[in-house]
Design a protein around this ligand. Sequence first.
Ligand code: S3P
Length: 171
Amino acid sequence: MMKKNLILIGFMGAGKTSVGQALAGKLGWPLSDTDQMIENEAGMPIARIFEEKGEQAFREIETAVLKRLIQEADEAVISVGGGLPLREENRRLLDTLGQTVFLQVKPETVIARLAGDTTRPLLSGDHVEERVRELLVYRNPIYRDAAGITVDVDGKEVSRIAEEICREAGL
Ligand code: S3P
């Protein structure tokens, strides 16, 4: 039987963490965050994992963490890193883990929210705006396919997004 978790996917800066917190509060469910789990496990921030071990190693840990959540989580809100749904294997694992919600965000919102951010290795360096746009064009169809529910987040309060998700998910 499918597990009763709510999983939030979407691009960096879409609000997966803050919406996850609001949903967890509303439903009285615990919140898990794959980035947080990976940082705890590795004992270092994600930027350093990328630097020292490379992105591929980070992606392997993401899959391992997802498998662990399938064993452990039920009636939980789970926020996953922006790149996690890109692996086909991970998309299959997400289907087993629960109901997936895509927080769809416009490039302008991401750019405004992540100005000055130093925690996301994929958006460090020059030409960040261009990179955000390119990555969104590539990733959005994948996110949409991976999710049963899509919610637009631009210009909306976190509480309203959480309400929309609960309504759409029948919770
Ligand atoms: C990534 C998103 C990040 C983090 C890592 C890679 C991505 O998570 O997992 O920096 O590939 O989109 P958030 O989406 O929580 O920022």
